[in-house]
Design a binder for this molecule. Structure first.
Ligand code: MG
Length: 427
């Protein structure tokens, strides 16, 4: 019998985006937030598939890890069938709640927070390049949520046939309040304000709405989604370890790595497991945390250096993969207009894009305004969008003496995606 959870949910498109690519689930005992990426054509598709398949899978199975893997596979297969959806993906942070316990499955940079006894604790780790750099001491933690590259994901659903899933098993207490949210919340307001709202609003629905309102009021640069769940009193006490049933019910993955408690909540209340069916190379951080403390110190240092090198390579590979898979832009290549798959620039020495197609259109034949934007890279929502922008630029050159101002103001067919278009950052 499902306990009677009190819950609330909210999702807003914000003030900048044209489409809400977030999706949410509030169907006790299941709750989830998904933040899609891949442009207007596909981010919302990916997040919707994630929620739909996740919920459906748990009607057939009792494994939250399997449910996330099923969602990943469904998105990947859908993208493989439709070129317009190539590179789409989504985050997923989901909770399966029960009396006195909960499982949280997590991939990407949406988050789960726990409010308990006046303390707000983050339960999930962001799978982002920026978070990796924080762990390496190259970025201060307080700068991470406002970092311009904070949305570069290291893990997402739908990008690869297999995905590594973090599963957190928690002991819950009466009065605990859990928040699931997309990065449109904590990217706009800090944790202190999040905690204040959660403490001030007794109604979970009002709390969810207030959080959305605060994010929009702070600028609304991204879609924002919140799900707030209040845990009821435990009605039975027969189980000495309320989490044991979840652990027993979990499938036996090909690789199961215990990575230790997260956050600063009471020690022992959160156990973190990482589920992967594909047995990819362990991430350096996790490998280092599980290396033997009995090894000689010199060997340990060599190991740290090797792992650090692997960390850079893995980070670069992930960035390149995510960039190449999900982003497009039109830029300059050797004086010619070209289509690139990825993002302009580089990170940690890794180029974030590869050349898709170099056209015969000379960049210098375009108005100066467009030449400048080409050097920065004109963002496209898909390969088709990028080709349309090139076609529009070709028309621009062929048309008789258009002024840059006229073109920017919407006369050019490319204006919607070109220099005058608003930024549309990745998920
Ligand atoms: Mg987002």
């Amino acid at each position: 019998m499902t306990p009677e959870f009190r819950w609330g949910a909210c999702s807003e498109v914000g003030l900048v985006r044209q489409v809400n690519e977030d999706s949410k689930l509030a169907a006790p005992p299941l709750f989830a937030v998904a933040d899609g990426m891949g442009g207007h054509a596909s981010g919302d598709v990916a997040s919707a598939i994630a929620i739909e398949v996740f919920e459906a899978a748990l009607k057939q199975s009792d494994s939250i890890s399997d449910a996330v893997h099923n969602a990943n596979k469904a998105i990947f297969q859908r993208a493989a069938k439709d070129p317009d959806l190539t590179g789409m993906g989504t985050t997923l942070t989901a909770m399966w709640a029960d009396e006195g316990s909960a499982q949280i499955a997590h991939v990407g940079d949406s988050r789960a927070y726990l409010l308990r006894d006046g303390q707000l604790t983050r339960l999930t780790t962001d799978h982002t390049v920026v978070n990796r750099l924080v762990q390496q001491g190259r970025i201060m933690p307080e700068d991470a949520d406002r970092h311009p590259q904070r949305s570069y994901l290291e893990r997402a659903l739908g990008v690869d046939p297999e995905v590594e899933v973090d599963v957190h098993v928690l002991d819950m207490s009466p009065g605990d309040r859990v928040l699931l949210c997309s990065d449109g919340l904590f990217g706009m307001i800090d944790d202190d304000l999040i905690q204040n709202v959660l403490e001030q609003e007794s109604s979970p629905q009002r709390a969810a709405e207030r959080l959305c309102e605060e994010a929009v009021h702070a600028g609304g640069n991204d879609n924002v989604t919140t799900v707030v769940v209040d845990f009821p009193a435990v009605r039975k006490s027969s189980a000495t370890d309320p989490t044991a049933s979840y652990a027993a019910a979990a499938p036996t993955p090909t690789r199961l790595t215990q990575t230790g408690p997260l956050g600063t909540s009471e020690s022992g209340t959160v156990r973190t497991l990482s589920h992967s069916r594909s047995s990819p190379a362990p991430s350096p951080i996790r490998s280092s945390s599980t290396s033997s403390p009995q090894r000689p110190r010199r060997k340990g240092r060599v190991l740290v250096w090797v792992l650090g090198l692997i960390a850079l390579l893995v980070t670069g590979a992930f960035v390149a993969r995510m960039s190449i898979g999900g982003s497009w832009y039109v830029g300059d290549d050797g004086g010619r207009v070209a289509v690139f798959n990825g993002m302009p620039g580089s990170l940690a020495g890794v180029e974030l894009a590869k050349l898709e197609n170099r056209t015969d259109l000379r960049s210098e034949s375009l108005p100066e305004l467009y030449q400048g934007r080409l050097k920065e890279g004109i963002k496209a929502n898909s390969r088709r969008d990028a080709r349309a922008i090139v076609a529009d630029l070709e028309k621009l050159v062929a048309s008789p003496s258009p002024s840059p101002d006229a073109a920017q103001g919407g006369e050019s067919p490319a204006a919607g995606q070109g220099p005058g278009a608003p930024e549309d950052p990745p998920a």
